[in-house]
Design a protein around this ligand. Structure first.
Ligand SMILES: [Zn+2]
Length: 242
């Protein structure tokens, strides 16, 4: 009975992981690039992510189980994402994190190269706290290709993330974390929405952001019900899939 229950949990976890790729593609957060992972429920030193493939095309058969070394536990020879160390090193540094997304979502890149901090201006973005930290790879790797292709670079990124929900990567994208796949998807979508709104608000004058306390409270309450949004986003993604 226990085995059946645990097999069922694993199936729904992996099916949510596949759906998360399709939702974030449908919402314009992931394009041909980017990846999502989820920590394994039975072994916290392992996580699931797809082989190297466009997010919209991910199926259950593309998912592989990785160790915190960033290598597949079954020694698979399938093509892997170069930047899988974003995931392995964040899981290593943050035991509270259950899911990670790396995206190149367009407006977040604008903030990654600007001196303007990405800050929450509505309650759905409270997880941004007092503002997203920015990781400049130049601080640890001058003149490289800007990809997180080693465990050392992954560690440096995880250090900059600290206890935040999201870290911007200068001239590249971002890494977002969550305590579940559904919370992660919420954060990845609303970070991009907030980035667009913040630019609009700044054009109109001085912006009143959420206070530290408002952001903390909003971050605690809103994601308690991420399922309503998840079901809608999922339906839209399925409807629009080619
Ligand atoms: Zn990337």
């Amino acid at each position: 009975m226990v085995a059946v229950r645990s097999a069922g949990r694993k199936t729904s976890l992996l099916s949510d992981l596949v759906t998360a790729h399709h939702i974030l593609h449908d919402q314009g957060v992931l394009d041909a690039f980017g990846h999502i992972s989820v920590r394994d429920q039975r072994n916290s030193g392992r996580f699931w992510m797809s082989r190297s493939i466009a997010p919209a095309q991910v199926t259950r058969d593309d998912l592989l189980l990785f160790g915190l070394s960033g290598n597949p536990v079954d020694g698979s020879s399938r093509k892997l994402f170069l930047e899988r160390f974003i995931h392995s090193e964040i899981y290593r540094a943050r035991p509270d994190v259950m899911a990670v997304a790396h995206t190149h979502s367009p407006m977040l890149i604008v903030y990654s190269v600007s001196s303007t901090r990405l800050r929450p201006l509505s309650q759905v973005s409270g997880f941004l706290g007092t503002g997203a930290p920015v990781f400049d790879i130049r601080s640890v790797d001058k003149g490289g290709d800007m990809l997180i292709r080693t465990p050392e670079l992954g560690k440096a990124l995880a250090r900059k993330l600290g206890q935040s929900a999201l870290v911007l990567m200068r001239g590249h994208g971002s890494a977002t974390v969550g305590d579940s796949i559904r919370q992660l998807v919420w954060r990845a979508i609303y970070a991009e929405v907030n980035a667009q709104q913040q630019i609009q608000a700044m054009l109109m004058g001085r912006v009143k952001y959420l206070s530290r306390q408002e952001a903390r409270h909003a971050a605690r309450t809103i994601p308690n019900d991420p399922d309503r949004a998840w079901e809608l986003w999922k339906r839209n993604a399925v409807k629009r899939q080619w």
